[in-house]
Design a binder for this molecule. Structure first.
Ligand code: NAD
Length: 358
């Protein structure tokens, strides 16, 4: 392998962000871009000054120059697109949610093992500056032992229901949106053992003739007895990010506490010597790196962070994380939340996994 990786991008809506990340990274080359919608291909080629594109995934997969496929197609298509990329001998970076149920998890694990290619899950929230700093502080032991974790992803995302695939089987606010909050909690509690959750389908979601819960509160308990709460509200007005960040992750430890959020480049800490008021760290100088397009949409900065980490890992012979196995475990936690919302019972994550992986 050379000292650069070549990327093929599939799905050019949010795929726009990884094109930008790739073009600005010294570790990557852009091989080709692909979308079934030719107008979208033309738009992106023009936006980034590219000389080629394809509407055929198979064409892109046949290109021997391409090492890695970045998958940004609708959630329900990820499993099939990952499998095709692996079978074509390509590494995979797949956006969240990795998959929308566990029915193909076993097969994906088998294909990944047989082909020996890396599958990395693009959990973008882990790669936003405040979350990166929070993780560094956690690993440095500044929180002491974890006592509890609170995460949320709260946004008025009714605009999302204009996308046709949000009305197709497999779409849910839980998998598409709350995934961020659950993944952050599971990142710190990789041993989530059981889950209890309540979900509500509000009148606002029913207006769109959907029956998926848009308001979700979940409690996750680890084998070591630590609990986390994760919450999501997607079809009601919000206070706005100046008052309440869309995504938030609070780590409460025996020695200290921190709160990282999105989309504000702000991070609060209170580490020893603990004071009455937390310290605020801001990263405003990185605004242009994280937010490259109109308004504060898209995730080019987070994607550049994760593709560079992916490349470093591959060059050093390490497995880029979260990998397929970790991604599947997070999906199992989501599936446990889903089952708990439907049955009103506490659900064990290992039992969910056993049902699908045997
Ligand atoms: N924070 C994040 O990481 C983040 C943010 C936004 C979206 N996403 C994820 O990105 C994915 C795409 O979301 P989006 O908002 O861009 O959706 P979108 O509907 O705007 O774009 C999807 C694109 O995929 C194309 N497409 C559909 N089927 C295809 C196929 N078979 N082959 C090739 N192209 C195909 C469509 O034409 C469209 O251009 C979703 O899985 C979503 O969850 C992740």
């Amino acid at each position: 392998m050379t000292d650069k990786l070549t990327l093929g991008v599939l799905g050019l809506g949010e795929g726009r962000s990884i094109i930008s990340a790739c073009l600005q990274s010294e570790m990557w080359e852009l091989g080709n871009i692909c979308d079934i919608n030719e107008e979208m291909c033309r738009e992106r080629a023009e936006e980034f000054g590219l000389t080629k594109y394809t509407t055929s995934y198979q064409d892109m997969l046949r290109d021997p120059e391409i090492d890695v496929i970045g998958i940004y197609t609708p959630d329900q298509l990820h499993a099939a697109h990952i499998k095709l990329a692996l079978e074509a001998g390509k590494h995979v970076i797949c956006t969240k949610p990795l998959i929308v149920d566990l029915s193909q998890a076993k097969e994906l694990l088998e294909v990944q093992k047989r082909t020996g290619k890396a599958v990395f899950v693009g959990q973008s929230s882990r790669y936003f500056e405040p979350m990166v700093r929070q993780r560094q502080d956690y690993l440095a032991g500044k929180h002491g032992e974890l006592v509890t974790i609170e995460t949320h992803y709260i946004s008025d995302s009714r605009w999302f229901l204009q996308k046709s695939w949000s009305h197709q089987s497999g779409f849910s606010w839980l998998y598409n949106f709350m995934n961020h909050a659950v993944d952050l909690a599971a990142w710190y509690l990789p041993d989530v053992e059981e889950v209890y959750a309540v979900g509500v389908v509000s009148a606002n979601t029913k207006e769109w003739k959907l029956t998926v819960p848009d308001t979700i509160k979940a409690v996750l308990k680890s084998t070591s007895g630590i609990c986390a709460s994760a919450a999501g509200v997607y079809a009601a007005p919000t206070l706005g990010s100046a008052v309440e960040q869309s995504i938030s992750c609070t780590l409460r430890g025996t020695k200290g506490i921190s709160r990282a959020g999105y989309p504000k480049l702000q991070y609060y800490t209170n580490f020893p010597p603990v004071k009455k008021t937390a310290e605020l760290h801001t990263y405003d100088e990185m605004h242009g790196y994280y937010f490259r397009f109109e308004a504060e949409t898209h995730h080019a900065g987070e994607y550049q962070n994760y593709i560079e980490e992916f490349a470093s890992c591959l060059f050093q012979g390490k497995t880029p994380k979260p990998d397929l196995e970790e991604g599947i475990r997070t999906i199992a936690v989501l599936e446990a939340i889903d089952e708990s919302m439907r049955t009103g019972k506490v659900v064990k994550v290992d039992e969910v996994l056993a049902k699908y992986l045997g």
